[in-house]
Design a protein around this ligand. Structure first.
Ligand code: AMP
Length: 122
């Protein structure tokens, strides 16, 4: 899928629309999800133009990939979420209900998050 440079997250990166910023470094920006699904729900996005984790892992540089995942860890530590724990996930494509076509990792924390995925899928 070609990258759409009018998606909502790249508009946040360009400063065209606001966000509730949590963290920023050379590789990533993190902000609170507009419709949180846990007491703490932060989105971490790379600064580069990647549609999804698939695009990123295929085409991102090693520095971008390392920098991005370090940022995810830094966000979780900044949230105070390492103990008692947190979850991160990234939706890729329609089966995963990806809505915004700029790679993002959700970081969920602040309560018992339950088990991994909806029951009854197998
Ligand atoms: P996904 O289904 O993985 O693509 O998730 C997209 C997420 O982006 C959803 O959790 C939305 O609530 C969130 N979202 C959409 N627009 C914004 C925005 N302007 N600021 C913060 N979060 C947003």
């Amino acid at each position: 899928m070609a990258y759409d440079d009018q998606n909502v997250f790249v508009k946040i990166l360009r400063g065209e629309i606001p966000c509730d910023k949590v963290y920023e470094d050379d590789w990533a920006l993190a902000f609170n999800d507009i419709a949180p699904q846990a007491p703490k729900h932060v989105l971490v996005i790379p600064k580069g133009a990647y549609v999804s984790m698939d695009d990123f892992t295929a085409n991102g540089s090693s520095d971008e990939i390392a920098g991005f995942f370090r940022a995810v860890g830094a966000v979780a530590r900044q949230l105070g979420a390492v103990e008692p724990g947190y979850r991160f996930l990234s939706n890729i494509g329609p089966d995963a209900h990806q809505e915004v076509m700029h790679l993002h990792v959700h970081v969920f924390a602040g309560t018992d998050l339950g088990r991994m995925i909806k029951k009854g899928l197998t």
